[in-house]
Design a protein around this ligand. Structure first.
Ligand SMILES: [Mg+2]
Length: 281
């Protein structure tokens, strides 16, 4: 088990990895990646029982499915830092024939990746299938998924949400990155999501909120609480409140860094705010 300072050090290095990957190829999605760094670092370094000696089936392991696949920079960094593949491979992000495609795919065989994602709305359905398979196999591990809040505008999410509660998929913890932003503006301006807690509860889910989704202790405690609420015949939803671009001051508080790379000067500023902790790739 990692202590809080160790987790913070990983988060800081992951932020560096995110902005360096995106800067190197002048493309990719830094905003949501930075906002979800604490959550994904917590899952892989504190919560999940998982094996970097990767097997696609993940039998007797906790599983994580990234549904909002465009935040691949944070996912690749966390997987590499957890030992799934060499950290130097982060150098190949978004290059031709790389295993680190802009949106994760299984085709390239990158350890840690179990689904292609990027087409939004699909990951919850996959996570439900995996959770049901675990039940059939008497595998008592947990399935986690992460979704953008803008992603909830996809209808498939709500079909999946209805299915999960009707079938008592209570070994699933689906987390929504509630940053209030999506590619074209605030979620309120594009298509308001309304009251998400009431919506998921109306669909038969147990819902808990993590107000400070960029506070590592709050995330650890919130996810642990979610696990304690599982196995009670209801799927679990975490509403994780984050800030897009968290940890890089000029990227925070706006949708404008959803899918824009920093220039050389901006990269230097971002790195200065996040000193090297584990060694750059
Ligand atoms: Mg969002």
């Amino acid at each position: 088990m990692a202590d809080i300072q160790q987790l913070k050090d990983i988060v800081t290095q992951v932020r560096r990895d995110i902005v360096r990957q995106v800067h190197a190829v002048n493309s990719g999605h830094p905003g949501g990646s930075l906002g979800c760094a604490e959550f994904i670092v917590t899952l892989y370094n504190e919560i999940m029982d998982h094996n970097p000696d990767f097997s696609m089936d993940g039998v007797n392991e906790d599983l994580f499915f990234l549904s909002n696949g465009h935040i691949s920079p944070v996912y690749y960094s966390v997987l590499a830092r957890a030992g799934y593949f060499p950290v130097e491979e982060l150098n190949t992000f978004r290059k031709l024939n790389t295993r680190l495609q802009g949106h994760p795919t299984t085709h390239e065989g990158l350890p840690g990746i179990r689904i292609a994602s990027g087409s939004l709305g699909q990951g919850m359905s996959v996570a439900i299938g995996a959770a049901l398979a675990k039940k059939l196999n008497n595998d008592d591990k947990t399935v986690f998924s992460l979704h953008g809040d803008g992603e909830l505008q996809e209808g498939q999410i709500w079909e999946a949400a209805m299915y999960a509660s009707a079938n008592h998929v209570d070994n699933l913890i689906a987390t929504i990155d509630v940053n209030g932003q999506q590619i074209d503006g605030s979620t309120d301006a594009v298509l308001s999501l309304g009251d998400l807690k009431n919506k998921f509860e109306a669909f038969g889910w147990e819902v808990l909120t993590i107000e400070k989704g960029n506070d590592i202790e709050a995330v650890v405690n919130g996810v642990r609480e979610a696990i304690s609420l599982s196995r009670k015949r209801k799927p679990i939803c975490i509403l994780l409140h984050t800030e897009m671009g968290n940890g890089v001051d000029f990227m925070m508080g706006s949708h404008k860094w959803h899918g824009v790379a920093p220039n050389d000067e901006q990269l230097e500023s971002a790195l200065a705010q996040n000193p090297e902790t584990l060694g750059d790739y």
